[in-house]
Ligand binder design. Structure first.
Ligand code: HDE
Length: 697
């Protein structure tokens, strides 16, 4: 050791000096509270959590420092593998309450016992991006619910789109490899707009229906509270007599559906990468509990035989016009997790988790999922005892003879860990009476790797979906395809997608071809079976079905020193009464209003663009408005609000900023005094404005 270390004098040998004069490495902490003494994982009280053990005050650090080593080692192991799909997500606790009993169809208590609150944990996710990606890419959203029923956990692991890209689990790894970052370059992150995705899609005609959905406004939702959820596959309900009925599960958001416009989704990714989770968090913290109705479509084998498609094919939906939706209950999410990692990250969903009275169908995609989820949890959570993690453990009693393994937290007592056994009376045995029975369905045939002919129609429902959309939604869908395909570098891939689109709908292919600047369209692909013009399903739209409510929306009011507090209050009170929340935005967060009151704005202008609001208001004294004409953040505030088709309540002075933004006021621009009109317009987007602003495909 160097001589300098020998000269060390600062070791507080008796401790007194250090306590009196402090230590350079000691933080100033607030006094008070009843802080317990910090310890190591072994329970040893820690004397100093700021300084590692050193040979001299200036180092080197000693390997002997077991407190430092324990802390760093734990930190080094803090991450677990992220989910291979649905890595980015957010979740909350809540409850499910049944309002209509399905006792005629099932023995499952969760679907027969009315007005009982069953705890749930629900996780929403994007599919393609990593856990650190953004909340608003164009993507499918996962919608997974774990019901902690008194008969065991039931997981309904669904998406916000009722169909899927592929018919057979065999193709899932290929689909995901195609959409994720390209393996040689490691990008793009959380985006389907690249060659490998569209190459795969162009060669998979069965994906055409889902592609229509993924390019529709459903894939750019405004809020997680404004998405539908679908179990996708047909499941079975089984009653006391052992008779089974097919069922499809649907979640319906109480405040209705709403989407962003594409430019807004793109800008949101930069302005607030956590936009959806923040919105979800704030809603729960503010007591605006997100709520969904649970609906079911019930149908028999005979009815299924008459459908013009095979309900076991996950690329097909059952139009509500064919089998109406029956609302049977509601889910309310009312408690934010205490710890994101312990709960939201470690929650392990599995479609194989069902309860007596519910059973699977033969859907080959579902059958593959029944294997995949448990398998993925073993690598992700490190071993078979992940079911003991509190968020995963059932809330009803559970007993079996499974033992040992990594991270076993139970201390099982007794001598036997096998069955049958005759030594211990308190050990579990199976029960014919209350146990799970698979539906007694006959299955016979020839083993093969053949896809049924009834799965061969890949285009009719894709066509039905596109043609069922409103004009505005069709234009968005066509433009999304133009955007995505414009990012594809390989010409033959772009053309192959157009060939597919021609078979879906000639007019759509033409619009996309025009958008890409093609001089002529490639030949249409020949479908395996003739494409049918199915009855249209207006229930598949979003815009026409938006609810007449401001609930779940956020209005931004731009203020400055001298803003009229009475006008602010009048707008704020009316908007809040209509169910929305209000946030004040100002160039400086501290503002003195006209009556002298000093308020702290919720957001600073440059960091709170209008993108995060559903409608904007400005109440500014003339002089302040004039100053903002030269402030890019203010000009962009209005330009974006206008461009994203939002209502604007602009005071007189603000009209100068509108002018600077190149905005010609239309019917969606009102005065802040016109509160009634503002609220009416804030309930939706100003769709009539869109064609004047954008050349949609
Ligand atoms: Fe998943 N899926 N999936 N999936 N999925 C996973 O399981 C898989 C599919 C869905 O919030 C993984 O725990 C296969 C359809 C959601 O934690 C994995 C196939 C639907 C979530 C997996 C599908 C879904 C997942 C990755 C084709 C809608 C997130 C992490 C046969 C009905 C759940 C995990 C959460 C997660 C496999 C297709 C929904 C790898 C093999 C269809 C919402 O096991």
């Amino acid at each position: 050791m160097k001589s300098s270390s020998k000269k060390s004098v600062s070791r507080p040998a008796k401790g007194a000096k250090k306590n009196e004069v402090g230590n350079a490495g000691e933080p100033q902490q607030q006094a008070g509270g009843t802080h317990p003494v910090m310890t190591t994982q072994q329970g040893l009280a820690i004397s100093d959590n700021q300084n590692s053990l050193r040979a001299t005050p200036r180092g080197p650090t000693l390997l002997e420092d077991f407190v430092l080593r324990e802390k760093i080692t734990h930190f080094d192991h803090e991450r677990i593998p992220e989910r291979i799909v649905h890595a980015r997500g957010t979740g909350a606790h809540g409850y499910f309450e049944l309002t209509q009993s399905l006792s005629k169809y099932t023995t499952a208590n969760i679907l027969t016992e009315k007005n009982v609150q069953t705890p749930v944990f629900c996780r929403f996710s994007t599919v393609a991006g990593g856990s650190g990606s953004v909340d608003t890419p164009r993507d499918v959203r996962g919608f997974a619910v774990k019901f902690y029923t008194n008969q065991g956990n039931w997981d309904l692991v669904g998406n916000n789109i009722p169909v899927f890209f592929i018919q057979d689990a065999m193709k899932f790894p290929d689909l995901i490899h195609a959409v994720k970052m390209e393996p040689d370059r490691g990008f793009p992150q959380a985006a389907s707009a690249h060659d490998t995705f569209w190459d795969f899609i162009s060669l998979m005609p069965e994906s055409m229906h889902m592609v229509m959905w993924a390019m529709s406004d459903r894939a750019i939702p405004r809020s997680l509270r404004m998405i539908e959820g679908f179990g996708i596959h047909s499941f079975r309900l089984v009653n006391k007599e052992g008779q089974s009925t097919f069922v499809k599960f649907h979640w319906r958001p109480k405040i209705g559906l709403q989407s962003t416009v594409w430019d807004e989704a793109v800008k949101l990714a930069g302005a607030d990468p956590d936009f959806h989770r923040r919105d979800f968090f704030e809603a729960i913290q503010n007591g605006h509990y997100p709520e969904w109705e649970l609906g079911v479509q019930l149908f028999t084998q005979e009815e299924a035989d008459a459908f013009p498609f095979d309900h076991l094919d996950s690329t097909k939906l059952i139009p509500e016009e064919l089998v109406p939706l029956k609302i049977i209950g509601r889910m309310v999410l009312n408690r934010w997790p205490d710890n994101f990692f312990a709960e939201t990250e470690q929650v392990a969903f599995c479609p194989a988790n069902i309860v007596p009275g519910i059973d699977f169908s033969d859907d080959p995609l579902l059958q593959g999922r029944l294997f995949s989820y448990l398998d993925t949890q073993l690598i992700r959570l490190g071993g078979p005892n992940f079911t003991q993690i509190p968020v995963n453990a059932p809330k009803c009693p559970f007993h079996n003879m499974q033992r040992d393994g990594h991270m076993q937290t139970q201390v099982y007592k007794g001598r036997t860990a096998y069955e049958p056994q005759s030594l211990e009376a308190d050990k579990p045995r199976a029960s014919q009476k209350t146990g799970f029975h698979s539906a007694a369905v006959q299955a016979e045939g020839v083993k093969s790797r053949i896809r049924a002919d009834s799965f061969a129609d890949h285009y009719s429902q894709a066509r039905m979906f596109f043609r069922s959309q409103s004009e505005t939604e069709q234009a968005h869908l066509a433009s999304a395809l133009v955007f995505e395909l414009s990012k594809v570098e390989t010409e033959h891939v772009r053309l192959a997608v157009i060939s597919q689109l021609r078979t879906v709908d000639e007019s759509l292919a033409k619009r996309v071809g025009d958008g890409l600047g093609l001089k002529s369209l490639p030949a249409a692909v020949a479908p395996f079976v003739p494409v049918k013009d199915l009855d249209l399903s207006p229930a598949l739209r979003i815009i026409d079905r938006m609810k007449d409510t401001l609930e779940g929306r956020t209005i931004g009011i731009l203020v400055a020193d001298g803003s009229n507090n009475e006008s602010i209050d009048a707008m704020k009170n009316a908007v809040e009464k209509a169910g929305a929340q209000v946030k004040l935005v100002a160039q400086k967060r501290g503002v003195t209003l006209k009556d002298g009151t000093y308020v702290t704005a919720d957001g600073q202008l440059a960091g709170t663009p209008s993108i995060v609001f559903d409608g904007v208001v400005s109440i500014l004294p003339m002089a302040e408005a004039e100053k903002l004409v030269n402030e890019a953040a203010a000009v962009d505030w209005f330009r974006d609000a206008f461009g994203h088709l939002k209502v604007i309540a602009a005071c007189k002075g603000t009209h100068k900023i509108l002018e600077a933004a190149g905005i010609t006021p239309d019917a969606g621009v009102v005065a802040p005094e016109d509160i009634k009109a503002f609220i009416k317009l804030a309930k939706t987007r100003q769709w009539a404005r869109e064609p004047k602003l954008r050349n949609l495909a």
